[in-house]
Design a protein around this ligand. Structure first.
Ligand code: CMX
Length: 137
């Protein structure tokens, strides 16, 4: 699978963006509030992949909890698939349970699911299926 993006939790999105621009010359290519995930995100292109900076919206989302308990830094790795439903079935059958029973909407109109870091050697893994690859109903 192709690495789609690297998720990085930050306390302040604009300060995070300013750092990656100043330090590495990375530019924002997309910004969005993902209310279902309780995050405000910015994607910064980094060659063939991108960084997703994640600032929590509110006190009780997954990223808010991550920042409180672990501080800012690497939050997840996201891999692209054209067949997220099939990949979920394959993973579940292989004893790697996805956190969701079915794909759910994520940033950029993509469908996403997650694997718990405890089952992935300490790293939260996301699968993403770009919206334009969704099969017609
Ligand atoms: N990476 C590595 N370890 C993590 C982690 C992460 N992102 N998030 C939590 N953990 C660790 C905790 O530090 C804790 O470790 P210890 O037991 O050693 O202290 C353990 O996992 C906690 O597990 P839990 O009780 O299940 O924990 P949480 O309530 O913290 O939930 C998780 C963790 C992965 C189930 C939750 O964050 C989740 O559902 N994530 C998926 C959704 C998400 O992250 N959305 C935001 C991104 C959205 C986007 O990309 O747009």
């Amino acid at each position: 699978m192709i690495l789609d993006h690297v998720g990085i939790a930050v306390a302040n999105l604009d300060e995070g963006i300013a750092f990656y621009k100043k330090a590495l010359g990375l530019e924002v290519v997309h910004r969005e509030d993902v209310l279902a995930q309780k995050v405000r995100v910015a994607f910064l292109q980094a060659g063939q992949t991108s960084l997703e900076l994640l600032e929590p919206l509110g006190e009780d989302g997954a990223v808010a909890k991550f920042l409180k308990t672990r501080g800012p830094g690497l939050h997840h790795l996201a891999f692209e698939t054209g067949k997220i439903g099939e990949e979920m079935k394959r993973l579940n059958a292989a004893g790697l349970p996805t956190l969701e029973a079915a794909p759910r909407p994520g940033a950029r109109g993509h469908q996403v699911c997650f694997l718990h870091p405890k089952n992935c050697h300490g790293t939260l893994i996301e699968l993403v299926q770009p919206g334009h690859q969704l099969a017609p109903e």
